[in-house]
Design a protein around this ligand. Sequence first.
Ligand code: NAP
Length: 487
Amino acid sequence: MVSRVIPVDPFDLVIFGGTGDLARRKILPGLYRRFLAGQMPDDARIIGAARGEMDDEGFRALVADAVSEFIAEGKRDGETLARFLGHVHYVAVDAKGEAGWTDLARIVRKDVVQAFYFSVAPALFGDLAERLHRHGIAGPEARIVVEKPFGRDLESAKALNATLAEHFSEGQIYRIDHYLGKETVQNLMAVRFANILFEPLWNARHVDHVQITVAETVGVGGRGAYYDRSGAMRDMVQNHLMQLLCLIAMEPPYRFDPDAVRDEKLKVIRALQEVRPDDIVRGQYRGGPKAGGAPSYVEDAEDPASRTESYIAMKVQIANWRWKGTPFYLRTGKKLRARASEIAVVFKEVPHSIFGEEEGWRENVLSIRLQPNEGMTLSVMIKEPGPGGMRLTEVPLDMSFAEALGEDGTDIPDAYERLIMDVIRGNQTLFMRGDEVEAAWAWTDPIIAGWEARGDRPKGYDPGSSGPEDALMLVHRDGRRWREIRE
Ligand code: NAP
């Protein structure tokens, strides 16, 4: 199946921080792939903007490097790259000073879609918004894209929202959470709301529990000092895991429309119960001989007294009719056994087994894999083939998007490229609204304040493990077990 490409209107996309890590790894290669797919109109322009002094050619060389580093060899050739680079320009601009702004005002067109990607430190968002406005660069339809982290607590998120709101309306602000751009995550909505099969079972009567796992194998080395100010709760749970939880738990929106979808997500966040201290396990990875001499978390964080968590597991309850009594177990961490992200909806047992106490019986599980190998699997019980009586066995009904969408999965658009095209199209469905972000912090803040007030210390765990022992207990004591973390 070849994915359909829907053309977009001509645009000027200004990437503030166009020379930075995110632009190099994700944004620019993503744009190249959209160009390759034929989605970029002839007069679309990508304008890099940062303080570094260089001309268009200098920036094109940087973009060419990024493309050759992050795009598979078979997907690039000199001629295509040269045509792509024809869309690329550069302006030296200082977010905090006046340098470059009149040049930018001269270059950016008013009669095309205008998008400004703030791929810079959040401390610069206010400066950029103010200068775009003061120099008359951003028209009334202009869109701005802002990156995580969106605040570090409710107060700072509110302040950031207020700063942006001085110059841009909510309809112009695209708060990116790249998890929402993943094929599987959107498919979750298609599976739920375009099929009659699941929705009648999608509630506490039939769903025993839900597990959301985002496991990474890397540590925080290199950016330990930055990470230490945030931790797994702020860096992952408040945004990515929360967004996934919302998509699983939300009511059907009346339409697939940005505000209808986001209204339903917001209701879920507001219905989250306070989490009890013994429903939270925080961890820090150890170092030393068992880690092959690799540094521990506190060494990476360069603070021997750090109590910041590199791992968190929690049991979350949603207080509404649909979900009362069905726990959502969330966990995320660094230096774990495998790099794997998965949502598992674990259904209840059949009310009565006509087959007696069957060996091998398993509950139905809908597993939604975000990485690697995006796809969905529904496990169902069937009779083991052949003679020998009625023995049951579990088989997966597998839907691997890589196979369904392209010969090797490389045709699946990356989350960033899809989201950038949504910005150009003016579709905010997969972006977080300001009130959603604030509600998520309003839930997160007291949890963090609680462990800080209690002086809780994170538990140690070995690199390559599945997290602290106590996290196993979190589900074992409810008579359940975590799904294995594996690629
Ligand atoms: P980075 O590598 O440090 O790049 C920062 C960029 O901003 C550079 O292009 C830099 O170029 C430019 N810049 C810095 N000060 C500036 C100023 N005063 N005026 C104009 N441009 C300025 O940062 P990054 O990793 O790309 O991250 C960018 C944003 O994305 C951050 O908000 C980060 O939290 C977020 N983010 C990053 C990742 C990631 O994987 N990297 C993932 C999620 C979110 P000059 O120094 O030449 O000005």
